[in-house]
Design a protein around this ligand. Sequence first.
Ligand code: ARG
Length: 307
Amino acid sequence: TPLADAGTVLGTDPARVSTERTATPRHYLMCPPVHFDVVYAINPWMDVSVPVDAGLAVVQWQALKAAYEARGHTVDVIRPEPGLPDMVYAANGGVVVGGRALAARFTFPERQPEGAAYEAWLRTSGAQHGVVSLGQAAERNEGEGDLLWDGEVMLAGTGFRTTREAHAEVAALLDVDVVTLELVDPRFYHLDTALAVLTTAADGVRPEVAYFPGAFTPESLAVLRERYPDAIEATEGDAAVLGLNAVSDGRHVFLTERATGMHAALRERGYEPVGIDLSELFKGGGSVKCCTLELRPAASAPTVEVT
Ligand code: ARG
């Protein structure tokens, strides 16, 4: 069921006069940053000498959660574990498509215990949230950090964290087609720092994305331009404030308030940008999408199976 407000009809560009954006209710999993800190550096954004205000991080995180809920979305919360300062970045904990779930297997030892925490949640709480199977990953993958579902295919990042071997495993365990995209800039170490899915494919609706071209190899850029000829190509400035680390419900796009160029580009296409301030979590190298794991239930009645 679409949410209450109808889409905007744009009058300026004749090619887009009929553009109407419809939000669909989403189900998210988030983890409050009560134990958030920067005590190790595993990406170029992290600087252990810069102090972190975990209290402020929690307040900012609550505002993001409230922004989702105010627009009709459901947010589930996983219990944060002491000693896992990056657990707030729930997107990395796993990926769920059509009720099939996979927990992460993290690159760095500092984050590896998070995999078990998210796996336990998917196993115990997952069933109430449309998870019908939990695949056992052997390869290194960082969940929705690198695995973005566009409604037709799984866009899969590699180069820094998730491996190519994991892409094949994801295809098999989640029963999806995978499109491999290679990342080249260490600032954009996860696919979700370089690309955002704005509209997921549905009956008669083409998927739409935004991305920063400079984050990809020439070959992967060619793949993106071919698949998404109408994509928003973000500027380096917007990418460098993690403006592509965004969550969309098809109409509202939740992203850092600092990505002003992205806000304008989104508005021009009929989306409604919702500016969020996550300045504390930015110190860990993450923003809106990093904090948000989407739970996509099975379309039909669940039967529990283990693959
Ligand atoms: N400090 C975390 C790391 O480097 C940040 C993860 C951000 N999450 C994301 N989905 N990009 O692993």
